[in-house]
Design a protein around this ligand. Structure first.
Ligand SMILES: Cc1cc2nc3c(=O)[nH]c(=O)nc-3n(C[C@H](O)[C@H](O)[C@H](O)COP(=O)(O)OP(=O)(O)OC[C@H]3O[C@@H](n4cnc5c(N)ncnc54)[C@H](O)[C@@H]3O)c2cc1C
Ligand SMILES: NC(=O)c1ccc[n+]([C@@H]2O[C@H](COP(=O)([O-])OP(=O)(O)OC[C@H]3O[C@@H](n4cnc5c(N)ncnc54)[C@H](O)[C@@H]3O)[C@@H](O)[C@H]2O)c1
Length: 509
């Protein structure tokens, strides 16, 4: 085994969307940054998650739009081969050279291989002797001698290793070799029938996509659908999936699974059975820390958060590590596991590191003068060095038909946090713009008003393209815009955004 040692100002472990952004921001004030990636630069999101899943949903969404528009005829079921071909383009055929060019263009040093924490400010990277991580599996099996590169960070190490899917402990499930989201997003054929386990975001999106593509889908949820959203959102998605032919079964979970020949049989907790050609397990993800050797920096299991998350403060500094040199962002923190929130964290942590240790001017924004918090000190809320929106204004869009989009807490979460909220709900089909879009338009929206401060703290939109309506609400929540000022934000006629006026009128303005 060959061992080499190099020094950088900053080492980032994990080259997904979050690690790339953290590395880029950290380098802005002249710091040298190494970015360690064991698989594909761009991470889960680019190749097996956000991007391919959205492409698999797109043709069905456009078909639904055509069917709902008088004057157009149903274009028919999507051509699955063409949809998969577009998916292959958007994933660059699982080739990361485009993203590698971006990394190099940004002045970062890409280090291929698996990174582990090896001590204070020290990262050990194991990689095949030649070539990229794609050959790493072969090397681990002994085809090639691994090379160990020791990367010494002069200032900081940022962990952005993402998350891995969870396989529930159900008899026969592992032996049945189920699909995870990776297989679901990279498949080349549509199974005749598919049973989806899990009523969360992956479950509903993939049930929708495969039903659109012609599979007979059964969706099993142990509670309702989309339990992290407002209850009416999950109910509307369940209704729409059923209308699209999906067999949605709520309040059940698998108790045994068996694959025999070309058929998977799932025995359910209510005693029933479901058979299908394929099974997709979408029962959540946990932070990827199991193969990071956190014990080497003094973090035992009790120091980790839910599912093994790296626990961070609001500046994304890992708590419990003396010296304040270890940071984390993205799914590995378990705070808000979406790409956009992870990239927001990346901007915060990158700016913290750049400001603490950099030497050059790299920031001309109006908030550049915010005081940099001392190591271990909590930053001021809403300063550029605090990921405040993770707590107060987290956003998510689920790309089903209808889409579900929300910012901030649900009503239940807000009340549990002691906020004095009143929910104002409105049927989107009553807005003039909705009737222009389609006579059968179905949608609902709700805002949460903090009745003491008279500002919005949350909002949920369910309907066609609801995701595109979300950002106005996010700005109102983050900006804590008083209702009396919001009254002057005039929505154009006839857009669906007129619901903003209806919210305020319904509240009594
Ligand atoms: C099916 C699906 C659809 C999704 N759709 C959306 C969506 O539409 N919108 C959205 O916002 N979010 C979506 N998400 C969530 C989103 O994919 C994640 O939140 C996002 O990828 C997190 O980014 P990350 O950089 O933290 O982790 P990842 O994208 O997982 O990247 C981590 C990277 O680190 C590398 N790595 C891990 N350990 C090591 C190590 N020890 N050494 C070196 N490299 C390592 C991995 O190879 C990987 O490249 C979806 C998720 C799934 C599963
Ligand atoms: N559009 C998006 O933003 C998007 C799309 C897909 C995924 N994601 C992210 O990816 C992550 C993973 O998504 P996910 O859907 O796998 O997780 P999730 O946490 O959203 O949902 C998991 C579901 O599985 C159920 N479940 C858990 N254990 C179970 C068991 N043993 N038996 C039966 N059901 C069980 C849960 O009740 C829940 O409904 C999420 O954090 C999500 O935010 C985001």
């Amino acid at each position: 085994m060959t061992v080499t040692e190099e020094s950088f100002d900053v080492v980032v472990i994990g080259g997904g969307p979050v690690g790339e952004n953290a590395a880029d921001r950290a380098s802005r004030t002249g710091l040298s940054v190494a970015l360690v990636e064991s698989e594909l630069v761009g991470g889960e999101c680019s190749y097996w998650a956000c991007m391919p899943s959205k492409v698999l949903l797109r043709a069905g969404a456009v078909r639904a739009l055509a069917r709902d528009t008088p004057g157009l005829t149903d274009p028919g079921a999507p051509d699955a081969a063409a949809v998969f071909a577009r998916r292959d383009e958007i994933t660059s055929h699982w080739d990361d050279s485009g993203q590698v060019s971006w990394v190099e263009g940004a002045g970062l040093t890409l280090v291929r291989g698996h990174g582990r924490l090896a001590g204070e400010r020290l990262v050990e990277v194991t990689a095949p002797k030649d070539g990229p991580a794609a050959g790493f599996g072969a090397a681990a099996e002994g085809d090639d001698a691994p090379v160990t590169r020791l990367l010494r960070a002069r200032h900081a190490v940022i962990v952005a290793t993402g998350s891995v899917p969870v396989l529930p402990d159900v008899p026969g499930l592992a032996e049945a070799a189920p699909w995870s989201s990776r297989e679901a997003t990279s498949a080349d054929a549509v199974p005749e029938s598919l049973v989806v386990v899990g009523g969360g975001v992956v479950g509903v999106e993939m049930a929708n996509a495969y039903a659109d593509l012609g599979s007979q889908v059964t969706l099993l949820a142990r509670g309702g659908l989309l339990s992290s959203a407002e209850p009416f959102a999950g109910e509307m998605v369940a209704e729409a999936l059923r209308a699209a032919g999906v067999d949605v079964r709520l309040g059940v979970e698998p108790s045994a699974v068996e694959r025999a020949g070309g058929t998977v049989t799932v025995t359910l907790s209510d005693g029933g059975t479901v058979t299908a050609a394929e099974i997709l397990v979408a029962t959540g993800r946990v932070p990827r820390t199991a193969d990071l050797d956190v014990a080497a920096v003094g973090l035992d299991e009790s120091a980790l958060g839910r599912g093994g998350a790296l626990v961070v403060d609001e500046s994304l500094q890992v708590t419990g590590v003396p010296g304040g040199w270890l940071y984390a962002c993205g799914d590995v923190t378990g705070r808000a596991p979406t790409t956009h929130q992870g990239k927001y964290q990346a901007r915060v942590v990158g700016d913290v590191v750049a400001a603490r240790y950099g030497t050059q001017e790299g920031d001309r924004s109006p908030t550049a003068g915010d005081p940099v918090p001392g190591v271990g000190a909590e930053p001021a809320r809403w300063s550029r060095y605090a990921a405040t929106a993770d707590q107060d204004a987290r956003v998510q869009v689920v790309f089903t038909q209808p889409q579900v989009a929300w910012v901030g807490p649900t009503e239940r979460e807000a009340r549990a946090a002691g906020l004095p909220v009143e929910a104002v709900s409105y049927d989107l089909s009553w807005v003039a713009g909705a009737s222009v879009e389609s006579p059968g338009y179905a949608g609902r929206a709700q805002v949460l008003v903090d009745t003491q401060r008279r500002v919005l703290v949350g909002a949920t939109f369910v309907g066609p393209d609801a995701g595109e309506m979300l950002h106005a609400a996010t700005i109102a929540v983050v900006g804590q815009v008083p209702l009396d000022r919001l009254w002057h934000a005039v929505p154009a006629y006839p857009t669906v955004s007129e619901v903003w006026l209806r919210f305020l009128e319904s509240y009594g303005l």
